[in-house]
Design a protein around this ligand. Structure first.
Ligand SMILES: [Zn+2]
Length: 113
């Protein structure tokens, strides 16, 4: 999906808003009566609310996937700098033992661990 927190909130809010509309319409149908068109409309709202609910759930799942992969990326970067202190932590350029700054990007050398 879109892997966006905004999309997740949008779908969740729309789902709940539609559920609220269905509740109002059902109450109106129950107390005041209505014809077949009202029932069809409530069913249509119900299907749409379910669709948005599912979308929100899918989006939530993909958000979890993204946060997991983000953590893995951070761990990889930390592991790289731990294994090879002779590499620039900023751009990966190889550093000479006497170099305190990266000649490619100017970043300060990672202190030896
Ligand atoms: Zn660099």
């Amino acid at each position: 999906m879109f892997k966006s927190l905004g999309i997740f909130y949008l779908c969740a809010v729309l789902s709940w808003a539609l559920a609220f509309v269905i509740f109002i319409l059902s109450a109106d149908l129950f107390f005041n009566g209505g014809d077949i068109n009202d029932e069809v409309m409530i069913c249509a709202f119900g299907v749409t609310a379910c669709a948005f609910g599912i979308l929100a759930r899918i989006e939530q799942t993909s958000l979890k996937d993204r946060s997991v992969s983000d953590k893995e990326d951070i761990n990889e970067t930390a592991t790289d700098s731990f294994i090879d202190p002779n590499k620039c932590r900023n751009c990966g350029n190889k550093l000479q033992p006497d170099q305190n700054f990266c000649e490619q990007c100017g970043a300060q050398r990672t202190p030896p661990q």
